[in-house]
Every structure is written in structure tokens, then in C-alpha cells.
Design a protein around this ligand. Structure first.
Ligand code: NAD
Length: 372
């Protein structure tokens, strides 16, 4: 079997590092790496070659590999180059890319989208959303600290006292919890909002204050994720958040609802109540953003407030992000490749079934089918 590792066009990460590729070459799998695939993650072509991976041009990999690893979705044109029956593994957000998934199905490509892996204990070692969100939460706080004209910790100096920065974090999932921990380590005072009451204890154990809003929609059947909220709840949440927003020096927003547009949580009036010099980092930017003025992949100034829209901050730490992503991928591959290095798909396995989007010419994933 030939397994190909593609160079990400707009991302410094790589889907498999050389030492991870070696695990596969030792299983008698032929590994092809696109030229310069790992360069920006500090894994040069030679380091792949020393692990017995062969350097190839992109087109050759697309046309001939049996299993292709990537992070982002391929373009429609490149998808047409894949050979019939090939397997594609990456993070494709299929709920937002149904047309592309249909196209891949029509070419008899089997697509595994790792962002659809069930959030179960057994799947934790393959959970790319968690490994990358953890980095994004950490990075967001460090970026905010750098962009802010203020200190994070409290200081009492001969030249005067500096109060600690006030940080508001909206959404206490994986990214949010890491952002809380990082902001606390830097000495900030942290407040947190989330629609899931279950996170209150975790938030408090990290030394942050949880902003209570009663009447959230029941998310117990949503696999740990949030669900959309009623208009009354949204109104109440905005009222509770307004005071915290106005006094915050830093806001980091991470609130997402799988397969849906991100909820707008900071409206224009709330944003305008912030002091000039404040910093907002919106990690939900790619799905519309949680903040009124957010522009995806752009940093803007709005009334003296810096607003960064970036849902791909893990890519800013390509070394560790690739290491963790690659390890997730490797763990997943062990589920679909046997000891002899051949693909064997067991659709009885909830992980294989959960993240398989297309197979045998059809869309096979229930969540994707139901989203149409
Ligand atoms: P996410 O990226 O989907 O959303 C981020 C956070 O935003 C969530 O905590 C969500 O509740 C919150 N949110 C959504 N709408 C909101 C709103 N209107 N106002 C405020 N907050 C809002 O979340 P995630 O990081 O992917 O985590 C989702 C869930 O999956 C969490 O419960 C997490 O603990 C769980 N999880 C479980 C496992 C596992 O068991 N293997 C692994 C990872 C995550």
C-alpha cells in the first residue's frame, strides 16, 4: 500500500512527522511525502528520507496513493485527481462541505474526517479537535498578552501598583479551558461563560469565576456539545455578559455549535462598551464568529479595540501541533490498517463508523445525511 503525506498549502503543520511515518514504513507500508511537506513544522525532506519515506511531487501522490493524509480539504479540482477507491484522511468539516463530500463519493473515494470522531474515552487518543483546540486556547492567551498594552499579573512596585488584567472567556470547551488555565498562570482575573452548566466545576477548579445564566437548553443528548439556545436565553445571557464585557481587558471567544453558524454573543453595543486598548480574540471566526465585528483570518481595530478572528491558531505552533495531530492520525490508522499493512475497515467500530463520511460511492455518515 502507498500512503501519501501532502504539503498543506496554507498551513505550517504537517499531517505526519518523519518519526511517525517510520512506524508505518516498519509495517511494510510505502510512505510518499510531498516535497517540503514538513519544512514549516521543522521536519525537512531529509528527515523523512532517513525514515524511509520517498519524496514525491504532489500530483503523483494525488493520482497514485492508496491512502492520503492531509489536514485541510482538497480543492474540487484536486479531488478529481484521486484514484478511484483511494482513502482520504483529514479534517474536512463535512457538515459545511456536503457538495465536496458528494463529489468525493462519486469518485469512489472513502473519506475519513477526523473532526467527526465521537468524543468517547476510547477515541481520545485520536481526537484532533481536542489536541488542536488545546493549542489554540493556549496560543490565544499568549497572543492577547502580547497585543495588550497592559500587564496580565498584578504588580506592586515602587512606581505604583498595577491591577491584574481582567480576562473574559466565552465557551469553556477544550480551547476555553486551556485559555482559562493559561490566563490564570499569567496572573489574570478570569470570568467564564458557557451554556453547559456541567463545566462550572471545571471552571472554578481552574480559579476562574463562572457567570451563571439560568434556563439553558438541555444538551444532554448532544454528545457533550452545546445546542442552539432560545431567544429568551440569548437575551438573558447578553444581559449577564454585558457588565463583564465592559470591564474586560481581554476577551477570548470559543463558542461553537457543531455544524451550525457560531452564536453571536457580543453585539455592537457590548463591543463599544469596551475600553480602547482592549483585545478580543475570536476562535469561532471561521463559522461566523461570536463577536459583532469579527473578520475571519484578519485582525482589525474597532474603536481602539484589537479584534483578531482566527480559528486556526494551532497552525501558529506547527511543531507541537503537527506532533499531536500526527499522533492522533497514527492512532486512528492503527484502527483501519492491520499488522500486515493492509486496510481493513470495520464499520461495527463506532470510531470508524463515526468519522467515515463517504464509502462505496455514497455518503454514509448519518450526521452529514441529516444535515442536508
Ligand atoms: P466546541 O468547540 O464545540 O464549543 C466550545 C464551547 O462553547 C463549548 O463548551 C460549548 O458549550 C460552548 N458554547 C456553545 N454555545 C455557547 C453559547 N451560546 N454561549 C456560551 N458558550 C457556548 O467544544 P469542544 O471543545 O469541542 O468540546 C465540546 C464537548 O466535548 C465538551 O463537553 C468537551 O468536554 C467534550 N469533549 C469530550 C471528549 C472526550 O470525552 N473524549 C474529548 C473532547 C471534548
Amino acid at each position: 500500500m502507498i500512503l501519501g503525506i501532502l504539503n498543506e498549502t496554507n498551513d505550517k503543520r504537517v499531517s505526519l512527522l518523519p518519526e511517525q511515518a517510520e512506524v508505518l514504513t516498519k509495517q511494510q507500508i510505502t510512505v510518499w511525502t510531498e516535497v517540503a511537506a514538513g519544512t514549516q513544522a521543522f521536519a525537512d525532506d531529509d528527515s523523512y528520507a532517513t525514515k524511509n519515506a520517498l519524496l514525491k511531487a504532489r500530483t503523483e501522490i494525488l493520482q497514485q496513493a492508496d491512502l492520503i493524509l492531509t489536514i485541510h480539504p482538497l480543492s474540487s479540482e484536486e479531488s478529481m485527481l484521486l484514484k478511484s477507491g483511494a482513502i482520504l484522511v483529514g479534517v474536512f468539516q463535512p457538515l459545511f462541505h456536503v457538495a465536496l463530500m458528494k463529489q468525493l463519493a462519486s469518485k469512489m473515494i472513502t473519506v475519513f474526517s477526523l473532526d467527526m470522531i465521537p468524543r468517547t474515552t476510547r477515541a481520545q487518543s485520536m481526537d484532533v479537535l481536542s489536541s488542536q483546540a488545546n493549542i489554540a486556547g493556549y496560543r490565544a492567551v499568549l497572543l492577547a498578552a502580547t497585543l495588550s498594552p497592559r500587564y496580565f499579573p498584578m504588580f506592586m512596585t515602587a512606581a505604583g501598583s498595577i491591577p491584574p488584567a481582567k480576562v473574559l472567556i466565552i465557551g469553556a470547551g477544550v480551547a476555553g479551558l486551556q485559555a482559562i488555565a493559561t490566563a490564570r498562570r499569567l496572573g489574570a482575573v478570569v470570568e467564564v461563560s458557557d451554556t453547559r452548566p456541567a463545566v462550572k466545576e471545571e471552571v472554578m477548579s481552574l480559579g476562574a469565576k463562572f457567570i451563571e445564566v439560568e434556563g439553558a437548553a438541555d444538551a444532554s443528548k448532544a454528545g457533550g456539545y452545546a445546542v442552539e439556545q432560545s431567544e429568551e436565553y440569548k437575551q438573558r445571557q447578553q444581559e449577564r455578559l454585558a457588565a463583564s464585557v465592559a470591564k474586560s481587558d481581554i476577551i477570548i471567544t470559543t463558542a461553537q455549535i457543531p455544524g451550525k453558524k457560531a452564536p453571536l454573543l457580543i453585539n455592537e453595543t457590548m463591543l463599544n462598551s469596551m475600553r480602547p486598548g482592549s483585545v478580543v480574540i475570536d476562535l469561532a471566526a471561521a463559522t461566523g464568529g461570536n463577536v459583532f465585528a469579527t473578520q475571519n483570518n484578519t485582525t482589525i481595530m474597532h474603536n481602539g479595540i484589537t479584534i483578531m478572528g482566527n480559528s486556526n491558531l494551532a497552525a501558529d505552533m506547527p511543531w507541537d501541533a503537527s506532533k499531536l495531530y500526527g499522533k492522533n492520525v497514527l492512532n486512528f490508522l492503527q484502527l483501519i490498517i492491520n499488522k500486515e499493512g493492509n486496510v481493513t475497515l470495520n464499520f461495527e467500530d463506532d470510531i470508524v463508523k463515526g468519522c467515515c463520511i463517504t464509502h462505496g460511492g455514497n455518503i454514509v455518515n448519518e450526521r452529514v445525511l441529516n444535515s442536508e
